[in-house]
Design a protein around this ligand. Sequence first.
Ligand SMILES: Cc1cc2nc3c(=O)[nH]c(=O)nc-3n(C[C@H](O)[C@H](O)[C@H](O)COP(=O)(O)OP(=O)(O)OC[C@H]3O[C@@H](n4cnc5c(N)ncnc54)[C@H](O)[C@@H]3O)c2cc1C
Length: 494
Amino acid sequence: MSYEKYNKKVKNISNSIKENEKLITTNRKGHNYRDLKFKKNQTRIDTSNLTNILDVNDNFIDCESAVTIGKVNRSTISRKKIIPSLPEGDNFTVGGCLAGLGLGSSSYIHGFFNDNVIDFDVVLGNGEIIKNVSKTQNSDLYYGIAGTYGTMGIITRVKTKLISCEKYVKVNYLHYNSFESFYEDLKQRISDKNDDFIEAFANKKNDYTIVAANFVADVNPNDISIIKDKDILKQRHMCVYAQIAKKKKYSYLRLLDYLERYSYSAFWGHYLYTPYKTRDFVYAGLMYSLMSRNILDSSPGHGKYNISKYFHAANHIVGDYTRDEYVLATDIGVPLSKLKDAMNLADEMTETYPRWICPIIDNHHPDKIFCTRKTELCNDNIIFDMGIYGIKNTNIKSKKINQAFEKFSFKHGLFKGFFSTCYFTYEDFWNQFDKEKYESIRKKYHAQNNFMNIYDKINYRNKVKKNDLRSKLFTFFGKKYLKQINNNKDTLIR
Ligand SMILES: Cc1cc2nc3c(=O)[nH]c(=O)nc-3n(C[C@H](O)[C@H](O)[C@H](O)COP(=O)(O)OP(=O)(O)OC[C@H]3O[C@@H](n4cnc5c(N)ncnc54)[C@H](O)[C@@H]3O)c2cc1C
């Protein structure tokens, strides 16, 4: 794919923006939990044809902005290279990970996805094309764009650095029955930096697992848990959470399968949405095996549609505030030293287990606006993304729960993930983030009158009440089903 064709596509986007008089947004549905009805009244810029890899070598990969992480991995791993900080969803795009937030189990060494971007191109709200935005060229935009959720411009190209890897990983599962022993080991492993990937799980009170994965060059094929994409009865081995439940000590995976370990189940999602005796075979096995590879996979030459397993389901339930009252999907920013407090708060508000605990190094830079900590409130440069994805086991309203999490994160100089349902007050939000800097960059780069303001875009919109058929069906069938799951909590994941 040539840069020439790419330049033509960018020119087309620029021309359509020049003629436009309304607010601008992308046409992506993406992965977030707010309602997207606002898009109907805005000019939707089609980024769906920006799906080509422009260049790849041992040092970097240069992609059009709608290239998926799955496609990136398939073109770099064969060279024994990966993007240093990869999010867990293989159908997230490089543009979405830069404009939104991207992090994963290698983030404790390599920071956020945006920390590893070399340069990018963006079409501004007046149609002007700015190329090669980098640490040294338009650096205010380079640092400022991360986490602005499409409110700065249309990103059309993202070049990211690559690091060396091997084609397999050994995944170690370290089990603990007290918070204290788990937390001490977790801190030690984070500071030792001997693992290539670290994440952890609170399975229930006094039941924790650290999952530490390391590259291995060669593995006996019989030891690899899953060896090909469509192996019907083996999909469940991809699910790290199934291994944790079985209290496994270790397993071997292809690196690609490790990186896509949640794509088959969006964390432990399929344990929540399918009856638990048949779920592994019907959902993770049969369903994917029967689907055409062309639909599921994003490999070059296949993967025309890249409908990515459970994350596909995840983006179908966006903006369903009814569902929020039964199932939570929210990520809280927690400083290293405050994990116990965050666990206590989550116990008090939700009693939801399991929880995902993903350490990230926060490479603070004064020009970052959203994707960093407030250093006067958070001394720790290691922070956690604590993900609460599961059934709400208390009667506390989802709004109250989310607000408690938002206040907790802000109080400690961090923030709750913007992709979840957000109830930030205007004061709290702009007390945490630098409004003046955000507005001055928006003014300078012609975003101010052309793209929605971030606070308005990500926050819960009172006027919208989701009450469509999907939502009604979910409430009708879902309530009873979730109750049944709740009653079987202890035996659920086996
Ligand atoms: C179930 C679930 C699990 C998740 N798990 C993780 C996880 O493990 N790790 C992680 O890092 N994140 C996770 N997320 C959050 C998700 O990664 C981020 O929201 C990410 O930005 C999604 O990428 P995307 O390409 O789908 O972006 P989108 O959702 O499409 O976009 C994110 C934002 O960026 C804007 N945007 C997208 N493309 C462009 C562009 N070309 N130019 C300008 N703006 C653009 C959009 O308008 C939107 O506001 C999860 C989300 C969900 C719903």
